[in-house]
Write a protein of this length. Structure first.
Length: 56
């Protein structure tokens, strides 16, 4: 029973820490462009092809 006295505040603190981290990520724009990074890998760039042939 005495362990609950320690575990409940620790759990509340960790929950508040996670919630504050999530709110910080929302406000700093981490979730603004979800499709940009996913589509960027599909775009062929000419610079990458030139560098690959030169390094061989």
């Amino acid at each position: 029973m005495t362990t609950l006295v320690y575990l409940i505040p620790v759990a509340l603190f960790l929950g508040a820490l996670g919630l504050s981290g999530f709110i910080w990520a929302l406000r700093s724009g981490q979730y603004e462009d979800l499709d940009g990074a996913a589509e960027r890998i599909l775009i062929d760039s000419d610079e990458g092809a030139e560098n690959a042939t030169r390094s061989k």
